[in-house]
Structures are given as structure tokens and as C-alpha cells.
Design a protein around this ligand. Sequence first.
Ligand SMILES: [Zn+2]
Length: 451
Amino acid sequence: MDDSHTVLENADVLVVDDKIAEIGPNLTAPDGHEEVDATGGILMPGMVDTHRHMWQTAMRGYGADWTLTQYFVWYYLESGKHFRPEDIYAGNLLGALEAIDSGVTTTVDWSHGLQSTDHADAAVDALEAVPGRFVLAYGNIQQGPWEWSTSKEFQDFYRRRIDGGKLAGFQMAFDVTGDPAFPEKAAFEVARELGVPVTTHAGVWGATNDDGIRLMHDGGFMSPGHVYVHAATLSSDSYHRIAATGGSVSVSTESEQSAGQGYPPTWQLRRHGIPVSLSMDTSVWWSGDLFSAMRTTLSADRVREHMEAHGKQETVTHHHLRAEQVVDWATRGGAKALGLDSSLGALTPGRQADIVLLKNDASPVMFPVLNPYGHVAFQAQRGDVHTVVVGGRVVKRDGRLVDADLAAARAKVGATIDHLRSTLGEDAWKQGMNPDIPEARVLHNPYQYTK
Ligand SMILES: [Zn+2]
């Protein structure tokens, strides 16, 4: 995985300290080295997820049948405000362990449940307890961004935990509703003052639209390094503004398909020359692994191309989106979106040794490996993640996380569930998981036999 998507067969990767020292066949390793036998497997760079609400991992799978509206009601109005700092910690800890276990070595924690800086401290504590790379995207859905971002507490937190801290990066996370008064301006000014990028849910059906993009652009706040999440329901004019100002889009295909933000936009982004990274959004609905992101993104782009052609009575004979491109987006695309591509996202000498080995000798799916990019995108899954290295440190070996206390993580998440369940009450808890099904109307079938 380099600039030209080179595939090397039967090659070695030599890691010295935290970096990739050499790549090629028959390398000689220094005495005392540790060798990982990757025979029959695929080595790829650690994957990068540019948008995951890790705190919500504490409620994994709860919202499988939700729409975006039901999610908003639940997190913004009902359960979200009941999360205590220890609940943020529990969700983040589990989400962080899940990330490295599935080969995602860098994750943006889109942390919009930070109701106080005690919550933010808990979020960072959890991220620092797990040996992956994490970018904190700080947000607070219980206040306007112009409120929390200008508070003394936030500024103190930034100086205390972020500036010169251990995290891989920092972003400010908030959405722009399109209110003509543009109250979010104050938060953009804070971001500019701190010199940090903004990540924002843009082009989300029913929530954010072209007005928000226009306000940001007119205000001069669409800076390089900003990440637009989803960007699914936007006009060509907004895509042009994103492309021209050096932004990128974080595509969460499983989320867009199911929650209803809009059609997964890679078919539009390709046409507008906008850089793409991939993300999983939240484990309250979906899995937290980028294999499904790659697979669904490739499929969504292709089905759109086919359906557009069929509408014109045409046939697609060659796909525009290749498997190698979604593997690129899942690795280099994420590193570029975070401004970390000089050190992450590729397997080349001099880069940080963030490496994933896909290998599973017990699986009939792991041979033959004829087309490695196609294998990663359509065949492999996270159970095939054999070894994960972050900055030269082996954090997963032989399919098992190294030194991870899963029992402790499970106990913390269990305490959070108990707390939410008892606070909300059993009826609300059950009802929230089982939203009403709209009335079904079956079409009259003229071919049905009746006497
Ligand atoms: Zn999101």
C-alpha cells in the first residue's frame, strides 16, 4: 500500500523501534529480533476510522432498528444526558479495544457526549489506556458549540490534556444547522485560534444541508483539514466548496444506508475530486470494523452507477470504483484526512510501523489469495486479523489482544448499562430498543387467483 498500490509477493517487512525500516524479499533481521510468520497472509497498513462515536459503544447493538430520528430522540433527548464520566470511559475503553482488535490502528473519537470536562477527562483516560492511536474530536450535544467552546473549562482542558499530550490529534466536533444568524461562528473562531481542525456532520437529510456549507464558506471557515462527515445530501455547489477549500469527506456507508442521511456519496465525491476517508459512525447500530465499511462502500458506489445507467437504458461494462481504491481510503485516505499521511497510512520505509496482518489458516476463505485488494475488500473480515502492530509494538498476536483486560472492560460497560436501565426505567429501556413498526400496506396483486 504505497503511492502506486504496489503488491509484493513473498516479501518481508522489517520493523526497527517504532518505524518500518525495510520492505522486500529475504531481508536480514538483526540478532534478537522477533519474527511473525505471515506466510499465506496479507500485510497491510493499519486502518484509519475518521468518525466514530466511541462513547456509544457502551450500548452496542441497541439501536439496530433505529432511523436517524429515533437515534436523535434517544441520545440527544433521553439517554445521552444520563451518561456520567465513568460511562463515557466505559464506552470509549470498549470501543478502543474493538478498534485495535479489528486492525483499526487510528480512530477519531467523535465524542459529542462531553457534557463537562470531567466527561472529557474520562474520554481521554480511556483512550490513553489502550495502545492504539486516537484523535479526540471534542463535542457536547447538550450545549450549543458557541457555549462549550468558549467556556473557560474547555480552554483549560485543552491546555491540560491535549496541548503536548499523548493523543494522536485533536479536532472540534459540532454541526452547523443553517440558522442564518450562524451562531456556530464563535466555535469556528476558537478552532482557528487553537489551530485545530473542525469535523462536522454535513449534508445529513433533515438535519444539515447546503445552508450550513454556505455559511461556513461565506464566513471563511472552510479550511484545509476540516472533515465533512456523511456529506450525502448536498448540491454540486456545496461539493465544489468542499473541494476548493481542501476539505475531505468521511463516508459512513453502513450508517448512511440505514439511518437515512442520504445516499452514500462516493459516486459524487469522485466526480468532484474530493478526498475520501471511511468511518463506522457508531456501534449502537453497526459493527466497528472497516472491512464492512470497505465492502458496503464499494457496493453502494457500484449499484448507484448501475442504476443511473439503467435509467438511461445503458449498461455499465467497467466499474469506476476499484477494490484497491476502497482499501486506499480505509488506510491512506484516513491518514490524509487527519494530516498524518507523512507518518501513517502506508507500508513504506520511514513510516510509523502501524501494520495489520490478515491471516487465518483455519479459514477456507483465506486461500487462494489471487487479488489481494479484492481479498481485503470482499473476502476478509475482522476474525482474520491475526497480528496488529502500532508504532512497532505488537498489540494483537495470534488473533488475541495483548495485555487487554476484557473482563474489566466488560464490568465497566455492565455498570453503565445497569445505570442507564435503572435511570430510564425498564419500560423506556425496552421501548427504545423496539421502535414502532409503521403500518404495512401490501399492494393489490391483479394476478392473484380468486374465485
Ligand atoms: Zn456521526
